[in-house]
Write a protein that binds this ligand. Structure first.
Ligand code: HEM
Ligand code: HEM
Length: 562
């Protein structure tokens, strides 16, 4: 392992694989320096950084498989009589879209495999993105200077949901239709603009003849184009700002510690891509997904019982299902709150809350400094508890999206399940907050104990007066550095100056609220203790156990200034 400060000679460690092509390009477009500099860019390493990569690789696979599907898919609601090889549907009237999806599934070589990979990749893309977003949230990696990348992330997340919804609707089978029916119901419930939005999407009265071709344009052109542009911006920003790093030995807000992009990171990224592709190909081969031929074509008169959307739409479905049937009449118009609230509230709370969080936190703490070393979730207990509350709110809605399945599986009445959901969606987040907060403090105390008293060595000593004690040894160096990398949560100065005037920005009711929130946000202070003399004594006696207590963080490679 070589670790050193920023300014190394440019050529010192440029591998041949880079120097050859870079001097070729240098002679032609003068880009040699640029390439050499970037190939040596240092990347920190942590398993959780893989989550964003999973989203990225699934996105690439979506683009590739989606392009394959466009070669055969016909985005038309024109009617045809099915005469393909799938016997049970022969002679059935259906849309060209549905017939072409059946054609892809049964007649195009590799068609079913690619359709299934596309669908599995869509699920992995959104699941990976959610996990990645939670990683960024819980570690506070969205803080300055990464707020912009966080906002781009929220846009990506919202667009990904829209991309999933439009994709899911394309095959025009009975399940697609159930989703479209809900989409139209929600659109039309919106005051003032609802009818226009619905007519615009469906080209007239529901279901109309145009929705599939309109969704197709959105799904294969508009949304992917914006996604590609935003993902590129996301990556460029991450590259320019350099990735954040976990607290650890030698890591500060002024440097970046890790391996060079080439070859170490590039090779890892390449193999992770192949690994993601392998998993998706295996899922596409062995795990059936969306067998549209079993559901039959969509007709508005048919009801598909037990239909479930893809998992990422579950929270919206759940909020519709648990909402009481409230309506308000205003000037002769009916406002169906039972649809408006579920449509706007979870999306509004989840997306707006997420988008604003970095700015609200900055306002509350008054912290305008740059953070490149991320937090361990336990060290910011209020943030972690807010995150867990949001997950619980989302989770209850998501679960209740399957209230009929739950009722049937557990033999409980639908009414009881729904009532449970209505209570749990309020009580659950509060409980999650309290429990998480206590757990964070507990874990902080555990850290303080590790620093103060060391870790258990497994060695039992008998003292002269007969008492047995377990010898503690200091934690391994890298673990200690990880635990000690705890940045205090800044708070605004409280109180008033000599003349009784509170500081600027903290005057008036809003300012006072800000001050109170700022002091509370830091949470209970649990300092990391200084090592105790006794434990060192014990450690000196059993020096051979020191190694056994530590788990090395592995080769770090290089340190560069930010
Ligand atoms: C980037 C995110 C994307 C997501 C989340 C996504 C999601 C989906 C989903 C869930 C389906 C339904 C699959 C099924 O029938 O089982 C679908 C179908 C489809 N997608 Fe995508 N997709 C994405 C990108 C693309 C792209 C970039 C293209 C084309 C360039 C594309 C083309 C298609 C086509 C043609 C279908 C209909 C095929 C069929 O169902 O038989 N998709 N998509
Ligand atoms: C299309 C979806 C997305 C892709 C492909 C993607 C990809 C990535 C990748 C590969 C990284 C670097 C590795 C890592 O930290 O995991 C990253 C970093 C980042 N992403 Fe995303 N991301 C996506 C969505 C999101 C979302 C939804 C958010 C948050 C709302 C977000 C916020 C961030 C931030 C703040 C960073 C910098 C993290 C740091 O330096 O620690 N991203 N993204």
């Amino acid at each position: 392992m070589s670790t050193e400060g920023g300014h190394r000679p440019e050529t010192a460690e440029i591998p041949k694989a880079v120097s050859g092509p870079s001097s070729y390009l240098d002679q032609r477009i003068g880009a040699g320096n640029f390439i050499r500099r970037n190939m040596r860019k240092v990347f920190p390493d942590h398993w959780s950084f893989l989550l964003g990569e999973i989203a990225l690789y699934s996105f690439i696979i979506l683009l590739l498989t989606g392009t394959f599907l466009t070669l055969w898919f016909k985005p038309s609601m024109g009617h045809v009589i099915y005469d393909g090889p799938y016997e049970p549907l022969r002679g059935v009237m259906m849309s060209e879209a549905y017939a072409s999806s059946l054609h892809i599934s049964f007649e195009v070589r590799g068609g079913l495999l690619i359709r299934q990979i596309h669908h599995w990749a869509a699920l992995l893309f959104i699941a990976g993105m959610m996990a990645h977003m939670l990683r960024v949230f819980f570690t506070g990696a969205y803080r300055k200077p990464r707020e912009l990348n966080w906002i781009i992330g929220i846009l990506l997340f919202t667009l990904a949901l829209a991309e999933g919804l439009t994709g899911y609707s394309l095959p025009d089978d009975l399940l697609s239709g159930a989703g479209l029916r809900i989409t139209q119901g929600v659109a039309i419930s919106l005051p003032l603009v609802g009818t226009y939005i619905s007519f615009f999407l469906f080209g007239g009265e529901y279901p109309g003849e145009d929705v599939i071709s309109r969704f197709y344009t959105l799904h294969v052109l508009l949304i992917p184009a914006i996604l590609v542009a935003l993902v590129t911006a996301h990556m460029v920003l991450m590259w320019v700002q350099k990735h954040s790093q976990q607290p650890g030995k030698g890591r500060t807000n002024m440097n970046v510690v890790g391996g060079p992009f080439f070859p170490s990171f590039a090779l890892k990224a390449g193999s992770y891509f192949l690994f993601t592709f392998g998993i998706l190909a295996a899922l596409g081969t062995f795990a059936q997904i969306n067998p549209i031929w079993l559901f039959g074509p969509y007709t508005p008169a048919d009801i598909s019982a037990g239909s479930q959307p893809d998992f990422y739409m579950g929270f919206l479905e759940g909020s519709l299902r648990i909402m009481p049937a409230w309506e308000i009449n205003v000037l002769g118009y009916t406002l169906p709150m039972s649809v408006i609230i579920p449509a706007l509230l979870p999306l509004g709370i989840v997306m707006t809350g997420l988008a604003l969080y970095p700015f609200i936190e900055q306002w509350v703490t008054g912290d305008r400094s740059e953070h490149h070393v991320v937090d361990r979730p336990r060290n910011n207990p209020h943030r972690t508890s807010i995150g867990m509350s949001a997950i619980t709110f989302y989770g209850v809605l998501w679960l209740l999206g399957a209230n009929d399945e739950l009722a049937a599986t557990f033999h409980i009445s639908l009414f009881t399940i729904t009532r449970f959901g209505q209570i749990a969606v309020i009580v659950g987040p509060i409980l999650a907050y309290i429990i998480t907060y206590r757990m964070c403090l507990g874990l902080q105390r555990k850290d303080a104990e590790v620093i103060g008293h060391g870790v258990e060595s497994g060695v039992i000593k008998r003292l002269p007066h007969g008492e047995f004690i377990e010898v503690h040894v200091p934690p391994a160096e890298d673990i200690e550095a990880h635990v000690r990398g705890k940045t205090p949560i800044p708070a605004l100065p409280g109180g008033a100056d000599g003349k009784g005037i509170p500081p600027k920005g903290m005057r008036g009711p809003l300012g006072r609220l800000r001050g109170r929130m700022s002091r509370a946000y830091g949470g209970e202070k649990i300092p990391l203790e200084q090592p105790h003399g006794d434990d060192h004594g014990a450690h000196a006696e059993i020096g051979e156990h020191e190694e056994h207590a530590g788990i090395g963080a592995g080769g770090e490679g290089r340190t560069l200034d930010r």
